[in-house]
Structure formats: structure tokens, C-alpha cells
Design a protein around this ligand. Structure first.
Ligand code: FAD
Length: 412
């Protein structure tokens, strides 16, 4: 009996690996990312220096399976590492999500899906080349899905199309909010195969190289928060890519989106990290320990103590849900696990902003100044609830329906 309760050696080594990766990101974040964060925010410029550090540390291959030379992080490991990154620089963590998830989705998540042997072979061939680029060339991948239509919400086929031609695909369309625009080496575009009676099942996931003819980046980028993501608009006009540009075989993205819903939770760890950062700063500030600031203590006021207590409770509630949900993520989750996943996304995105709001109110007027990080954390934290496919509104929408109706049920 006792042996059943003991952690298996495999599980112990997974936990050790998680701890080592979190420690690595903690060091990079504390020493490198945090001091640079204000500059990227001020300039709305991409964190190239942070990516150079991550490339050197091998982190670009975080979710590339070990068999292909990567660090082999699974879903839970990715989420824990990304939350640590978000604690030091939200922009870096959010853009890293787009990059890392290109490998996570085509790697361990795809492996869980039902596929014929031929499809499995095709996936193997396709991803081998993408992973090689990441590991050997240090390539960075973006994930431009949004189009300003119902498609990014998962409710309609993507308007961007890919037409099959000899040896490859011709892509036409437009993607809005393409984080890493101008910084990525490849844009992992979601599009619909150009054929009659298109449906969500015809979604294709294709990597367009940055120098592809017919690809352009247009529009300004001067937003409220997450400014270093540089999420401008991509326009693709008759862009040809070879067959090998596919990140997944035909039909596999649809299967993943249906059977592995937690794949859409991967934006949330960034905001879990921002919530932690807002709390950390508040404690440091009230203790009079912010470097470069006069050592004025404000912790003796009962109102501040109560506010920090409230922040701590909200942070722990959020973290507990986060840890539970990322640990139970899997293919074909139960209804309860799926609903909890929406609830977790909602909770993290809303609570991150609420914790940052409480932090500003508690630290007071000086926390509004650009010389301190709190006003940036507040602005960055506001963006989470707006991110498709699971905006805060859409999570409520899904939860409202799916708690009250079983699949196929109607009222008439
Ligand atoms: C900092 C930042 C970085 C981003 N990076 C990326 C990226 O790299 N790649 C990417 O693909 N996208 C990215 N996005 C885009 C993001 O995921 C959303 O697509 C975008 O914010 C939606 O903008 P919109 O107002 O045009 O959405 P709209 O489609 O107009 O939706 C507005 C709101 O209406 C609701 N809504 C939308 N559709 C429906 C529906 N069918 N039913 C009910 N309610 C609905 C949702 O709550 C949504 O928030 C980023 C966004 C931000 C803020």
C-alpha cells in the first residue's frame, strides 16, 4: 500500500525537471528580463535581447520533444515555466507562448490524438523539419490566428484560405494582432483549405516564412498594454509555401481543438505570472524595500495589511485553480475537467487585473509613475480577458450553456 502512495521515479524526475526549468527562468527573469521590461513597454519594441538569452539557454526548444533535441516539456511543465516568465516580463511570456505552443501542439498534444499510421508518419515528417529549425537555427515561430471575425472564437472557418497547388499551397488572407510581427522567422497561420463547402474540419496549420513573397506586415502598434508583443497585421497575397510548410496533416488541428481543449489555456500562465508580480511588488513596496526608492515603510497601516491579505487570498485561489487544472489537462477530458478549464481561464484573466488594481490602490500615487513597474503590470493584466478563443465573455458564454445543457439538448 505504502508503495502506491510513493511518487514514482518517473514522476519524481519530471518534478525535478520542472523545478530546474523554473529556476533557470527565475534567474533569467530576475537578472535580465525584469530590468529590460520598461524599455520594451515604452518603445513598444520586441524583446529581442530576451530571446537571445533564451536561445543561448536552450529555452527556445522548451516544448520540442527530447527525441528531436528539445527539452521535452509537457503541458503542465510548459504552463509552470511560462507563469514564472510572466512574473518578470509579460510581453516576453506572451510572445513565448506563441512560439513554444507551436511545438507543444504539434508534439505531445498531437501524439495523443487518434490518427491513422499514415497520418502519424506524415506528422512525424512535417514536425521533424520545424523542430530542426528551432533547435539548429534558433528559429522563432508566431501564431497569428485572429481575423476580426467569428473564426478565432472557434465559431466559423478561418477566412484566410490555402489552395492546394502542385508541391504546395497558395495562401491568401489577413491576420490581425499577429504577435511577434517582424520578429518571428515563421508565422504559424491557421487557414481553411480553399474548396467547396468549407467547414471547421478543413482548418490547416501552415508555417509561412518571414521572407515569403506576398507576405507583408501593415498597420501601427501603439496599444494599452503588452506593448512589446508588436502584434501588427499580416497580409498574405498569393503566398506560395511548399507542402513541408504544414505544421500538421490535414484535419489534425480540428481534432486537437475538439479533443484537447486545454490547448487554449496556454495564454493564461503569462497572466498568472503578472498577478504574482503585482503581489510581489506590493509586499516589497510596503516593506520599503524597492531598490532605488527611499526606504519608507508603509506596512504598519491596518488598511494596507487588509488589502495585502485580500490580494494574497485572491492570488492563492487563482494559483490553486491554475495548478489543479494544468495537472489534469489531457486528451478527451471529462465534462467537469473541461468546465473547470474555462473557469480557470476566466479566473486567471480577471483576477490578474483585479490583483493589479488592488496593488495600485494599496501602494498609492507613486505606483502610477512609469519609474515603477506597477502601472505596466496593471495595463498588461487588462489584456488577458480579451484574448480569443477564450475571452472572459466567451468563457462565461460556454460555462452558462454547458453547465445547463448536455450536448444535443434543446428546449423545444
Ligand atoms: C496583446 C495581444 C496580443 C495578441 N496576440 C495574438 C496573436 O499572437 N495571435 C492571434 O491570433 N491573436 C492575438 N491576439 C488577438 C486576440 O486573441 C483577439 O483575437 C483579439 O483581441 C480580438 O479582437 P477583436 O476586438 O477584433 O475581437 P472581436 O472578434 O470583435 O471580439 C470582441 C469580443 O466579442 C466577443 N466575441 C467574439 N466572437 C464572439 C462570438 N462568436 N460569440 C460571442 N461573443 C463573441 C469576445 O468576447 C471578444 O472579446 C492578441 C491580442 C492582444 C490584446
Amino acid at each position: 500500500m505504502a508503495s502506491i502512495l510513493r511518487t514514482s521515479p518517473k514522476e519524481a524526475s519530471r518534478k525535478d525537471k520542472q523545478a530546474a526549468l523554473i529556476a533557470l527562468v527565475n534567474r533569467l527573469g530576475r537578472e535580465k528580463f525584469a530590468p529590460r521590461a520598461a524599455k520594451y513597454d515604452r518603445e513598444a519594441s520586441f524583446p529581442f535581447e530576451n530571446y537571445a538569452d533564451m536561445r543561448e539557454a536552450g529555452l527556445l526548444g522548451l516544448c520540442v520533444p527530447e527525441a528531436y533535441g528539445g527539452l521535452g516539456a509537457d503541458f503542465e511543465t510548459y504552463c509552470l515555466v511560462a507563469a514564472e516568465m510572466g512574473r518578470w516580463c509579460g510581453t516576453t511570456a506572451l510572445t513565448f507562448n506563441m512560439h513554444a505552443c507551436s511545438a507543444l501542439w504539434t508534439g505531445p498534444l498531437a501524439d495523443d490524438l487518434d490518427m491513422s499510421p499514415a497520418e502519424r508518419n506524415e506528422l512525424e515528417t512535417l514536425r521533424r523539419e520545424h523542430y530542426r529549425r528551432v533547435i539548429e537555427e534558433g528559429a522563432i515561430y508566431a501564431q497569428p490566428f485572429s481575423e476580426g471575425s467569428a473564426a478565432a472564437a472557434g465559431k466559423a472557418p478561418f477566412g484566410t484560405t490555402a489552395k492546394k497547388v502542385d508541391g504546395g499551397w497558395i495562401i491568401n488572407g489577413k491576420k490581425i494582432f499577429a504577435s511577434l510581427s517582424g520578429a518571428a522567422d515563421y508565422y504559424g497561420v491557421l487557414c481553411t483549405e480553399d474548396k467547396p463547402d468549407r467547414s471547421l474540419r478543413d482548418t490547416l496549420y501552415i508555417a509561412v516564412p518571414k521572407d515569403a513573397e506576398g507576405l507583408s506586415i501593415v498597420g501601427d502598434w501603439d496599444p494599452l498594454g503588452m506593448r512589446g508583443t508588436v502584434s501588427r497585421t499580416l497580409v498574405m497575397k498569393d503566398v506560395f509555401v511548399p507542402d513541408s510548410a504544414q505544421l500538421m496533416p490535414r484535419g489534425l488541428y480540428f481534432k486537437a481543438a475538439s479533443a484537447w481543449p486545454h490547448m487554449f489555456l496556454t495564454l493564461a500562465p503569462t497572466y498568472m505570472g503578472i498577478a504574482q508580480a503585482a503581489y510581489d511588488f506590493t509586499v516589497q513596496y510596503l516593506r520599503g524595500e524597492v531598490p532605488g526608492q527611499p526606504p519608507v515603510k508603509r506596512r504598519m497601516y491596518p488598511t494596507k495589511q487588509i488589502a495585502v491579505a485580500e490580494m494574497y487570498i485572491k492570488l492563492q485561489q487563482t494559483r490553486a485553480l491554475f495548478e489543479r487544472t494544468i495537472a489534469e489537462a489531457k486528451v478527451n477530458p471529462s465534462k467537469e475537467e473541461r468546465l473547470r478549464c474555462y473557469a480557470t481561464q476566466y479566473t486567471i484573466m480577471e483576477n490578474a487585473n483585479d490583483i493589479a488594481r488592488l496593488a495600485i490602490r494599496t501602494c498609492g500615487g507613486q505606483s502610477m509613475l512609469k519609474s515603477l513597474p506597477l502601472e505596466r503590470l496593471y495595463r498588461d493584466s487588462r489584456c488577458g480577458a480579451l484574448m480569443l478563443p477564450w475571452t472572459a465573455e466567451l468563457c462565461l458564454d460556454r460555462l452558462g450553456r454547458e453547465t445547463l445543457y448536455e450536448p444535443g439538448e434543446t428546449d423545444d
